[in-house]
Design a protein around this ligand. Structure first.
Ligand code: CMC
Length: 374
């Protein structure tokens, strides 16, 4: 029993080796040895996805080939469109993403020897935006969108197809940085789920879907949607201060705050907060940003708990006109790069992940025949 408590939630447990990412103490946040700030300041998401999956930064030619392959995958088959049309309008977009990836896995499965694993990842990265936005426009605007676009990045394509007009440069930049920040984070819950699935030698789609399922909850990826709803509760900063103090008194969890690995700050927060501030250009958005900052202040003053990446991601997505339910699906699009890298790494040196538990149930019970059970 005491052993179970010590490792509750596997906190502090080293569950394997990886050459993909360092998080927290000692190293800071690095993808394949590159500092997250260098990547956020200088790279595009596709470059980072390539780095994560193939281990090295791409050359100019490798990057343009990769981008072309991703763009070529934006189209959806008629079968997939029909499936998307039949997913109910009131489904959560995370469920749409999960179902659509599963459907794609039936239509264009991975080879049994995994020889096309990189192509499957390109397929998913290329099609995720189209699948989500096809479903969205079909149900909410009665429109069957096409996937042709001048935008050569996932960030630009997503924003253009969402709003049906060319996106502003500052929005593309913010989306690009957000996708980079969300792309990878070591053995977080969804990545670990994807690796567990991969360790059974399951196919790429199933492994990615395992990641999606774990990401959906508000203690993980779903926190960005929950953080937006929290900030939206308050009309102004004063109201937020009172409201958060009240919640803390009730021992409520404040979504978008805290982290299992970081103790004093989430290094990604400073980057996304800067973008959120830059995008808060209207009175309404300025007020939203001030409310967010007040929540940040109260959480630090009262609990010494800091905002994680999800907190100001919520603001920046809102300021770009992204529907709240799309916040976590965007996390999927980005994290698919990290999940993919981990699945490939797991497969390259596989050992079934199968830990044990400490039994705390009842022992030595005598079987009760049916007629004697009450
Ligand atoms: N609001 C209020 N109290 C908190 C919070 C929070 N957001 N986070 C931690 N605490 C308190 C918690 O109540 C506990 O206090 P006590 O020891 O008095 O009971 C203490 O801090 C330790 O918290 P924990 O939940 O046991 O820590 P954990 O390592 O299991 O959880 C966490 C980490 C991220 C699940 C947690 O901080 C949390 O629930 N945060 C809110 C949800 C969230 O923002 N999730 C996103 C995580 S980061 C990015 C991502 O993956 O999407």
């Amino acid at each position: 029993m005491s052993n179970t408590k010590k490792t509750g939630g596997l906190a502090g447990v080293v569950a394997g080796e990886s050459a993909i990412c360092t998080v927290g103490t000692g190293h800071g946040l690095n993808y394949r040895g590159y500092d997250i700030y260098d990547l956020a300041n200088n790279a595009i998401f596709e470059e980072v996805a390539y780095l994560l999956i193939f281990g090295e930064l791409p050359t100019q030619k490798e990057l343009s080939d990769y981008k072309k392959k991703l763009s070529n995958e934006r189209d959806l088959s008629d079968t997939l469109k029909t499936i998307l049309e039949n997913i109910p309008k009131n489904a959560h977009p995370m469920d749409v993403m999960r179902t659509a990836s599963s459907a794609l896995g039936c239509i264009e499965p991975e080879n049994e020897d995994f020889s096309n694993q990189n192509e499957i990842l390109i397929k998913l990265l290329g099609k995720f935006s189209s699948m989500l936005l096809y479903w969205y426009h079909f149900h909410f605007h009665n429109e069957k969108i096409n996937t042709s676009s001048e935008q050569d990045t996932i960030a630009g394509f997503f924003l253009e197809k969402l709003h049906n007009k060319p996106p502003k440069k500052e929005h593309i930049d913010c989306m690009n940085v957000s996708l980079i920040l969300y792309a990878e984070h070591e053995f977080n819950a969804s990545t670990f789920s994807a690796r567990i699935s991969a360790s059974t030698l399951s196919d790429m789609y199933s492994n990615i879907i395992s990641g999606i399922c774990a990401l959906r909850g508000p203690l993980h990826g779903g926190a960005n949607e929950a953080a937006f709803r929290l900030v939206s509760l308050y009309k102004n900063a004063d109201e937020a201060r009172v409201g958060i103090l009240d919640k803390l008194k009730n021992k409520d969890k404040i979504m978008g705050f805290g982290h299992r690995v970081y103790t004093t700050k989430d290094p990604r927060n400073v980057v996304i907060k800067k973008y959120a501030k830059e995008l808060s250009t209207t009175k309404e958005f300025e007020n939203f940003f001030q409310i967010s900052e007040m929540i940040e202040k109260v959480m630090w003053d009262e609990k010494k708990i800091f905002p994680n990446l999800d907190f100001y991601s919520a603001s920046s997505y809102h300021f770009m006109g992204i529907p709240t339910d799309f916040f976590t699906p965007l996390f999927i699009i980005s994290r698919t790069a990290g999940w993919g890298a981990h699945i490939i790494e797991q497969r390259a040196n596989n050992k079934l992940i199968r830990p044990s538990s400490t039994y705390i149930g009842v022992d030595n019970r005598e079987f009760i025949p049916m007629e004697k059970r009450i």
